[in-house]
Design a protein around this ligand. Structure first.
Ligand SMILES: [Fe+2]
Ligand SMILES: [Fe+2]
Length: 299
């Protein structure tokens, strides 16, 4: 009994090799990550583009000796060839298989009695509040939601503060959000009931709660929320007692300590930064989570 460590997880996201963001050198950090001693590596999307460079990062990360999990990010979907989501998944899946990554968007995975679930989490549900106020719809009907969101897009694109920022076409991705949300819910339910699973770790590329958004961004939350995530995912987490940790990325300017709680569940943004290219979490035998300091020489 006691607090013996059950599993050590290294988590990172948003390495964005195309931008070498804030001096972040994706390949160098990938090499550093691959040498860490841990059981599981979770990469929560947005390695970047083009595909050849993504492969260079995956090749390095692939040297990590433990289990390797991947969750798709929006750049993984958007910046590869064509623009059809299912093809991107196939295309990336091939690449991920080559370097021994398991794609959580396809299937969850149990490692040492910890159930790992996750997917990109796109598309945002928080814009629904705007829609509810401004467009007449029947609650809960996905078809109505889709047309209502399109209408909301038309309304918002004429607003000065959204000019040039809002792409009404994004409003058509609601179906994709539902697809991901339902898949996550199904997997959480299955692991909650499964005796071979003691605890659950959930990873989504998008934020599962607006609490993770820095206050200065909040004014435009309806707009930012479109791109940042959905409270619906965080609310879902609260229904599963086995869920002990939520991870996400996508927001490149995270709040200072990167962690919030949804009821008693810690949720971390693990977006890579020069000073913190990855995060280490220990899942203890009692289900508590310890966020270990990142021992980065470059600090
Ligand atoms: Fe990103
Ligand atoms: Fe992203």
């Amino acid at each position: 009994m006691g607090l013996e460590r059950k599993l050590r997880i290294v988590a990172t996201s948003d390495m964005h090799i195309e931008s070498e963001r804030n001096g972040l050198k994706a390949v160098e950090h990938a090499t550093e990550i691959s040498q860490l001693i841990a059981d599981v590596l979770v990469v929560i999307g947005d390695i970047g583009t083009p595909k050849e460079d993504v492969e260079n990062v995956l090749k390095e990360l692939g040297k990590f000796p433990g289990e390797k999990l991947y969750v798709l990010g929006n750049h993984d979907l958007i910046n590869l060839e064509n623009s059809k989501v299912p093809f991107h998944i196939d295309e990336l899946n091939e690449l991920l298989n080559k370097y021994d990554f398991h794609l959580l968007d396809n299937k969850p995975k149990v490692i040492e009695k910890i159930g790992f679930v996750g997917n990109i989490g796109w598309y945002n549900g928080d814009f629904f509040d705007f829609v509810k106020k401004n467009v007449k719809i029947k609650n809960g009907d996905p078809n109505n939601w889709v047309s209502a969101l399109r209408k909301a897009g038309q309304i918002l694109k004429n607003e000065e503060r959204y000019k040039g920022k809002l792409d009404p076409i994004l409003f058509s991705n609601l179906g994709f959000f539902y697809q991901n949300f339902k898949k996550l819910r199904k997997e959480l339910r299955a692991y909650q009931k499964n005796d071979d699973v003691d605890y659950i770790v959930a990873s989504t590329h998008y934020l599962p709660t607006e609490k993770l958004i820095a206050p200065e961004k909040f004014e435009d939350f309806n707009y930012k929320g479109t791109y940042l995530g959905s409270n619906a995912i965080g609310k879902l987490y609260t229904k599963f007692p086995k869920l002990v940790l939520g991870l996400c990325g996508h927001d490149h300017s995270p709040i200072d300590d990167r962690r919030v709680f949804i009821s008693d569940k810690p949720i971390y943004n693990v977006t890579a930064e020069k000073s913190k290219p990855y995060h280490i979490f220990d899942i203890m035998s009692d289900g508590s989570v310890k966020n270990q300091p990142t021992n980065n020489k470059k600090n």
